[in-house]
Design a protein around this ligand. Structure first.
Ligand code: GTP
Ligand code: MG
Length: 194
């Protein structure tokens, strides 16, 4: 996709506040601090469409951004950060599950994982929801610039095994050197194709 315009539309916590209309949606999910916002910014060639921060757990709403007249890019709140207030954690689960289960516009979810880490129970929960609600997953392994070739190969095996997917299902990415940008777009374009 050639990105001409990106525009913040609105934030929401529940269906009544989701944008109207029938633009298809691609959502982005992952642990707090995994690099979700950085990935989105690289995809749309913007330095700070989505705020990135070294303080995890900043994004606690579902944020909708329109890309061209083509689709809605949806930044989901990160999960798994210990210091997020309890009230926020309690709200996260129904907010997330409602969106994934009920949103008709949703075409797929980019699930972002850190190349250096073993996927957590939260990651597995997210993947289980996607399977349960028949939402297509795009599995992106990010921060690849942090590992050597050998380490990457080793971690790829660990991550694929933990998620129960073939290694070929994983797309490698780095917001630092933009490795994998085209590959992620190819997977998104495939889901948006009529
Ligand atoms: P929250 O919204 O707070 O949950 O975090 P997030 O998942 O949106 O992460 P964000 O994009 O804000 O990045 C978190 C930190 O990781 C920042 O310090 C980024 O600069 C860094 N980071 C993100 N992607 C990469 C990457 O591909 N490589 C490297 N080396 N650092 C990255
Ligand atoms: Mg973020």
């Amino acid at each position: 996709m050639i990105v001409k315009t990106t525009q913040f539309i609105k934030s929401a916590t529940r269906p009544a506040h989701y944008p109207e209309g029938d633009l298809p949606e691609i959502a982005f999910a992952g642990r707090s601090n995994v690099g979700k916002s950085s990935l989105v910014n690289v995809l749309v060639n913007r330095k700070n469409l989505v705020r990135t921060s070294s303080t995890p757990g900043r994004t606690q709403l579902i944020n909708f951004f329109q890309v061209n007249d083509d689709f809605m890019l949806v930044d989901l709140p990160g999960y798994g950060y210990a210091k997020v207030p309890l009230a926020v954690k309690k709200d996260w689960r129904p907010m997330m599950e409602t969106y994934l289960a009920k949103r008709k516009n949703l075409r797929g979810v980019v699930l972002i994982l850190d190349i250096r880490r073993v996927p957590t129970e939260d990651d597995l929960q997210m993947l289980a929801w996607l399977r349960a609600y028949s939402v297509a997953p795009i599995l992106v392994v990010t921060k690849c610039d942090k590992l050597s070739k050998n380490e990457r190969a080793r971690q790829t095996a660990v991550i694929a095994e933990k998620l129960g997917v073939a290694k070929g299902e994983l797309t490698f990415f780095s917001a630092l050197n933009k490795e994998g940008r085209d590959a992620v777009w190819a997977r998104i374009d495939a889901l948006l194709a009529p």
